[in-house]
Design a protein around this ligand. Sequence first.
Ligand SMILES: Cc1ncc(COP(=O)(O)O)c(C=O)c1O
Length: 393
Amino acid sequence: MLDDWNKWITRQLFTLKSNGLQRNLIQTSQATQPILVRHQAKLINFSSNNYLGLANHPKIIQAMKDGMNEGASQASSRSLVGTSKAMKQLETELAKYHNHEAALLFSNGYMANVGVLSSFLSHHDVVLSDRLNHASIVDGIRLSQAQHIRYRHNDIDHLQEQLQKIDCGKKRIWVVTDTVFSMDGDIAKLQELVLLKQRYGFALMVDEAHGGGVFGSQGQGVVEQEGLSPHVDIHIGTLSKGFGVYGAYVIAQSNWIDFLINRCRSFIYTTSLPPVVISGIKASLQLVKQGDHLRKDLRKKSVYFRNHLRDFGFHTFDSKSQIIPILIGDETKTVLFSHKLEQRGILSLPIRPPSVPVNTSRLRFSILASHQWNHLDQALETIQQIGKEMGVI
Ligand SMILES: Cc1ncc(COP(=O)(O)O)c(C=O)c1O
């Protein structure tokens, strides 16, 4: 019996390797800095989500050191003795930040998405989800057993077509979208989604994992930037990317949050975030609110980098954010491009199926506010050279 398992696992791994899809864990240091170290080499880092550079901010690090005085762990789940005064204060502050009723902290974005979707939805319900939504959204929907309809990426007409087929009188409907798509770097058509919501009366959930910190008047995200916050029923924010710390939160009406406290299994059955993390988030939130200069700098650098790649002839999808992919297509070629970049001092990791559809393998460049302009210029020159060598441009 065990032999069968072993044979199957070996076969699976062989197939992944033969198709250029095997993932390996490679030791990396200074991973949140614009220059990181891998295989003893210094590389310009285009693979971090530390968009505003806050993961290394002295104020956050000091706050986390101070937080250590409360002990290394909360050693309990939230509903037992794992809710501290600092956590309650932070949740109140997060709700105020979003000008909404209530907030609830989660261990991370994956658990927030899986927990929220599987708590609110059941097999009676229908959920429509953008085809490029994050894996945690897909997993949450699967766990809920709701009818799952994936509409074509950012295709509002296709979404409407699907909505028209549903008997709205009988079914409760939920629509969920990332705001900034992590693989294409483009942005959800939120205004149009809100118009559809007004027509069809569905609940609207957004995942601001890559919009948080980066967009919005104080970094609240794309929804706030577009003035649509009152139309969103569930807002998921993550604290490990733009905020540079760890964790996630949900913003919603008080009774929706109370429901999660009582029903959400990924919230209830896990140890709460440790005090150091809470202290770090609190410090980060202040910096994000005051971080307009960082947001502007990041935007300027992103536009510069993307425009140059487009001018060279790369296909950068519909990127409108700090996430800038270039299409390579074939998986093996994408891996080779990435290797060549690494040999010349640049780290951009290949993104392949199942993270993206077959034949759309790409290299993804994440721009950081902490990148120096010469980092960007050096990278652009090298990308152009390799692109020509490999016949991509
Ligand atoms: C869109 C999106 N949602 C959720 C997550 C998960 O967040 P976390 O890393 O906090 O688990 C990620 C990233 O990892 C993401 O890209």
